[in-house]
Design a protein around this ligand. Structure first.
Ligand code: BDR
Ligand code: CA
Length: 335
């Protein structure tokens, strides 16, 4: 059998992070080296706790470990209009009312029995990557990039060990946190800019792609019919996301994007991403209205900044859905 793909998941679990974790644990073609949690959809205590819940739901607590990551972004908490201020204040009426429903504080799973590891996420990255062969480990950050940027800044020798960084984040024609920025990048814009400048192969799976890779309520029933604990969790979370999205997104009334799982799928099936452009990308870190925007240099107006990112403008939703179903059905057949 071909070598398994070594990956590290970096998550702010989060409903779609949970589905991404299920897929990373159950697709036997991955060797999941660890899960790092980070502040994002909910605070890092909750993203750590939720990640442990998902590991136990999949019965992987003996082999898959969770490492607590950063509790705050690197710089943006020092800026005016920080994520904390924006996200911490009571929302004005009509402002993303479904947010809590999309990412409840606690996933609908029993409280975990297992604990996180004593080592921090950054310490785990450094130890694991420095001991690895060159270009052998793929990082999969599907939350704010804080942990990955801190690890790179702490010891840039890890860059040579990384095969690829596959990020769920950013947007060109589609954004969500602000008119210009997608959530994962908006929470910690400087972190993505550090990662983009590190010299690794980077793929961005932005909202442009994930919004094409939605799953419908009818399709959730196919997941439910599989009948295992992880498949039931996936069905519950898809249905929950559809309820949440239907409250703030006119295009998502009977369907919802499962952003983070698409990034995982694209590691094994790069062709699930459509209209992939190899291009120079910077992040707006100037603190104004475009703070956190992923800026694509489509006409070489940086005059020579290197192409540093594979940016996906679309996705094949049938391929994505069929991969999830196939992996969960195989897992059910083993049980
Ligand atoms: C991203 O933001 C988070 O809310 C989701 O988990 C996903 O990673 C989508 O913008
Ligand atoms: Ca996420």
């Amino acid at each position: 059998m071909a070598d398994k793909r070594k990956i590290i998941m970096d998550v702010d679990t989060g409903s779609d992070d949970a589905i991404a974790l299920v897929m990373a644990m159950l697709d036997q073609r991955f060797d999941l080296l660890g899960i790092c949690s980070v502040n994002g959809n909910v605070d890092v205590n909750l993203t750590t706790d939720n990640s442990l819940r998902v590991v136990e739901c999949c019965g992987k607590q003996d082999t898959v470990k969770v490492y607590r990551g950063a509790d705050l972004p690197i710089v943006s908490t020092l800026m005016p209009y920080t994520p904390q201020v924006r996200w911490g204040v009571p929302r004005r009426e009509g402002q993303r009312p479904g947010g809590q429903e999309v990412h409840p504080e606690h996933l609908p799973l029993p409280a975990p029995v297992t604990k996180e590891q004593p080592q921090s996420a950054v310490a785990f990255y450094l130890e694991t990557l420095l001991a690895a062969e060159d270009h052998s480990v793929t990082l999969v950050p599907v939350g704010p990039l804080t942990n990955v940027a801190l690890a790179i800044r702490s010891d840039p020798r890890i860059v040579d060990k990384i095969e690829e960084i596959v990020i769920m984040g950013g947007g060109y024609a589609v954004n969500n946190s602000t008119p210009a920025a997608e959530f994962n990048i908006f929470v910690d814009p400087e972190a993505l800019e550090i990662v983009l400048q590190a010299g690794c192969k980077v793929t961005l799976v932005p909202l442009d792609a994930t919004h094409q890779a939605y799953i419908t309520g009818e399709e959730a029933k196919l997941f439910r019919a599989i009948g295992t604990k992880p498949a039931n969790l996936v069905a519950d979370l898809i249905e929950q996301r559809i309820i949440g999205y239907s409250r703030f997104d006119a295009d998502m009334q009977t369907q919802a994007p499962i952003h983070d799982a698409l990034a995982v799928c694209s590691i094994l099936y790069p062709e699930v991403l459509k209209d992939v452009e190899f291009i120079n990308v910077h992040v707006d870190i100037s603190g104004g209205i475009a703070y956190g925007e992923t800026i694509l240099d489509r006409r070489n107006r940086t005059f020579g900044d290197p192409k540093n990112t594979y940016f996906a403008h679309g996705a094949d939703r049938e391929m994505f859905r069929d991969w999830m179903l196939e992996v969960l059905r195989k897992d059910a057949a083993k049980a």
